[in-house]
Design a protein around this ligand. Structure first.
Ligand code: R5P
Length: 297
């Protein structure tokens, strides 16, 4: 069977290099740019007739990308691709998973319907599953999930002596526990109350018994950083060493990265699901394993 023809939307130098190292993946070429009036131009430069194709595109800042993604997927199909898959290391619009106020759009469901209509399959990394127990509740296409927990554990074991893992809320408990278990580290999970996009309160547990440990805040998404900022403020006040902030997906809205460092974080570490200076954990081997599992070539 021929290699998967992989197109890229957005800048994913590290992931692309990692995936291209596998013989089962061949780089696809396309031209994507904006006209002066901001409309998009999309052109596929390879013959994709009868080929299995996929698009690598993380969906941070999704509103800027979704239209080009849909145009590219539809064009690949029109040009005769046998299949069109999506590798979206960060999958957006997972957090609005219920109508919190009357009249709100449940955008997780609407976004999933759009992508399910355009793609034959989906691979993503730790999607924010809270009220949905599985991605199948909203995505109707075959999919594989990559779990970053083992990679986070390995990074912690290699870089931190005496870590104490801290999850900011009950949603994080599932995988903070998994990371802590394989890193053989103690962990605590805080309670979080969110009353607005930038308005977060986390509980302040007694951590004095861990005073010789390095606190490691672990969350799936770092967006505005307010969840971690609240926790850092508490930890700094009780004399623990400066914490390390680990996020699977670093979105860093509103210069959250700079604010975390200014607040006292010793370091920020993320996977390369979203390109950023903090990327220290490579997902390409795990994504490739998911690809082979989904599309045994
Ligand atoms: C939501 O529950 C997620 O797990 C994260 O805790 C949240 O997205 C972090 O957002 P922020 O960085 O804006 O506090």
């Amino acid at each position: 069977m021929s290699a998967l023809l992989l197109f890229t939307l957005g800048d994913h130098p590290a992931l692309l290099a990692g995936l291209r190292a596998y013989a089962a993946v061949e780089s696809g070429r396309c031209e994507i740019r904006r006209f002066p009036d901001d409309e998009s131009y999309v052109r596929v430069l390879d013959d994709c007739r009868g080929r299995r194709t996929a698009i690598l595109c993380s969906l941070n800042q999704p509103d800027d990308r979704i239209l080009q993604l849909v145009f590219l997927a539809a064009t690949l199909r029109e040009l005769g691709a046998q299949s069109v898959g999506l590798i979206a290391p960060y999958l957006a619009y997972m957090r609005q998973d219920k109508r919190f106020h009357e009249g709100e759009a449940i955008t997780s469901r609407l976004f999933a319907a759009q992508l399910s209509a355009q793609f034959d399959w989906l691979i993503t990394v730790d999607p924010h599953l809270h009220r949905y127990r599985s991605l199948s509740e909203i995505y109707s296409i075959p999919h594989r999930l990559v779990h970053a927990a083992p990679l986070l554990s390995t990074w912690i074991q290699q870089h931190v002596e005496r870590p104490l893992l801290i999850g900011p809320d009950s949603e994080s408990a599932q995988w903070v526990e998994a990371v802590a278990h394989s890193a053989q580290a103690p962990f605590i999970v805080l309670d979080k109350i969110r009353s607005g996009d930038r308005d977060v309160m986390v509980s302040t547990p007694d951590v004095t018994r861990w005073s010789t440990h390095t606190p490691i805040l672990v969350d799936d998404i770092i967006s505005t950083g307010h969840t971690m900022l609240q926790t850092i403020a508490h930890l700094c006040g009780v004399g623990l060493p400066a914490p390390i902030c680990i996020g699977v997906h670093g979105l860093f809205a509103e210069q959250a990265d700079a604010r975390l460092i200014a607040a006292g974080a010793a370091r920020i570490v993320t996977t390369n699901s979203v390109p950023h200076a903090s990327n220290a954990i490579d997902l390409s081997a795990a994504l490739m394993a998911a690809l082979v599992d989904l599309e045994p070539g």
